[in-house]
Design a protein around this ligand. Structure first.
Ligand SMILES: Nc1nc2c(ncn2[C@@H]2O[C@H](COP(=O)(O)OP(=O)(O)O)[C@@H](O)[C@H]2O)c(=O)[nH]1
Ligand SMILES: [Mg+2]
Length: 403
């Protein structure tokens, strides 16, 4: 019986169970002032603008989209060399305004709240670099204290949300005599409040599927249900030697507070590397001196995408190679619908080859070898699309709804 229980727990653990179901999800950069959030955001933005062949116009200066690096996509582009190519994108928001005491109103404007509610996952930036020139809001560099500060503020804010939602439920029930507060409502809310009062994020809690459903329904604006990736900003020297006195402590703190990936990076090092982009010799010399260090930005983007439970499939042909973002678990007709609603409505079947099979078997653009090996599959309506599937949809055009 034990393995079964484990499976059950898997399904109801972590942040993914609380996530919104949508193909366009965002990561928000959060942290104390002066830790390097905007510098990181600008680096991510500049690099994605540079990667596009047309000027990218941002509607909001705090919002950006970053191409998700993927050698599979590059390989497909290289094979087809089509006139148009679209990678997958991760949307990132720079969220300013979080300081100690924020939950009581200090510095925490409406902009912060609306920004953080709009994102689906969090890049939590902590500062582990020393600098005489860059003042720390709390006067000294202490990433553990900073992690605690942010976590506490987010939990306080969530506690406020929970109390408001509870009051609303009580009001609603009073208004309609045949409604009453359910047992699961009371028990879930008590559990959530108890966690938040101890500064524990809700994503770490153990909830059964009824409780998860209730949280999704009644507490959809919680901040601490969102997945977190921790980004530790080091000095260039520490980043290159992969050593910093705080790293082990930060790692331990993360493990004690619900877990999550830690990605060390350095704004200082990344900026230097970026400034050498048009100077191949300078760039090579810089990398040679960097003891094997490589940019952390691609890893951040890939991991952010993963945390949001997003994957993509490919379409590939003479005119276009493209990544199409979907939620993990999406069925073939809905995946087709991401390309065009007619594809979903008139869905007949999906012709699918896994990228790995295509890569291993094909010697040209042709599907001949793939077909001969029996790896070119015909999939129907109940097929769950996998990350990296190369798909050609068959659909019936006459099925278009007449308006
Ligand atoms: N020495 C050093 N300075 C940094 C680093 N990252 C950011 N800064 C500086 O710290 C200041 C605040 O950075 P900013 O990105 O605006 O922080 P934010 O308030 O978190 O958005 C700026 O002057 C940055 O140049 C770093 O890794 N090393
Ligand atoms: Mg900033």
């Amino acid at each position: 019986m034990a393995p079964k229980k484990e499976k059950e727990e898997d399904k109801t653990a972590g942040a993914a169970r609380f996530g919104r179901v949508r193909n366009s999800l965002k990561m928000g950069i959060v942290g104390l002032p002066n830790v390097g959030k905007s510098s990181l955001f600008n680096l991510l933005t500049e690099q994605s603008i540079a990667a596009e062949n047309y000027p990218f116009c941002t509607i909001d200066p705090n919002e950006s989209r970053c191409a998700v690096p993927d050698e599979r996509y590059e390989w497909l582009c290289d094979l087809w060399k089509p006139p148009s190519m679209y990678p997958a994108y991760l949307q990132v928001t720079d969220i300013a305004g979080l300081v100690r005491g924020a939950a009581e109103g200090a510095g925490l404007g409406n902009a912060f709240l609306s920004h953080i509610s709009a994102v689906d996952g969090i890049f939590h930036v902590v500062r582990a670099f020393d600098s005489e020139e860059v003042i720390h809001v709390d006067d000294s560099v202490d990433p553990i204290r900073d992690l605690e500060t942010i976590q506490m503020e987010l939990c306080k804010k969530d506690l406020e949300f929970v109390e408001k939602a509870e009051e609303k439920e009580i009001r609603d029930v009073k208004k309609s005599p045949n409604m009453k507060i359910s047992l699961v409502f009371t028990s879930t809310f008590e559990k959530v409040k108890a966690m938040l009062k101890e500064n524990k994020p809700v994503r770490c809690g153990e909830f059964n599927s009824k409780e998860v459903e209730l949280i999704r329904e009644k507490l959809d604006n919680l901040i601490t249900t969102k997945p977190v990736v921790y980004l530790v900003n080091l000095s260039a020297a520490d980043f290159m030697r992969k050593k910093n006195k705080w790293l082990a402590k930060i790692h331990a703190w993360i493990q004690e507070h619900g877990g999550g990936l830690l990605i060390p990076f350095s704004v200082e090092w990344e900026s230097k590397l970026w400034s050498l982009r048009d100077d191949p010799d300078g760039k090579k010399a810089f990398l040679d001196e960097s003891s094997g260090a490589v940019s952390s930005l691609p890893k951040m983007v890939v991991q952010g995408f993963k945390e949001l439970n997003l994957i993509y499939f490919f379409t590939a042909g003479e005119t276009e190679v493209r990544c199409w973002t979907i939620q993990r678990g999406t069925l073939a007709p809905q995946a087709a619908g991401v390309i065009h609603s007619d594809f979903e409505r008139g869905f007949i079947k999906a012709e699918v080859v896994a990228y790995a099979d295509f890569r291993a078997l094909a010697t040209s653009k042709s599907m001949m070898e793939v077909k001969a090996a029996g790896k070119y599959r015909q999939e129907g309506k109940s097929y769950v699309v996998e990350d990296g599937d190369i798909i050609h949809f068959q659909f019936n055009v006459t099925a278009s709804a007449k308006k």
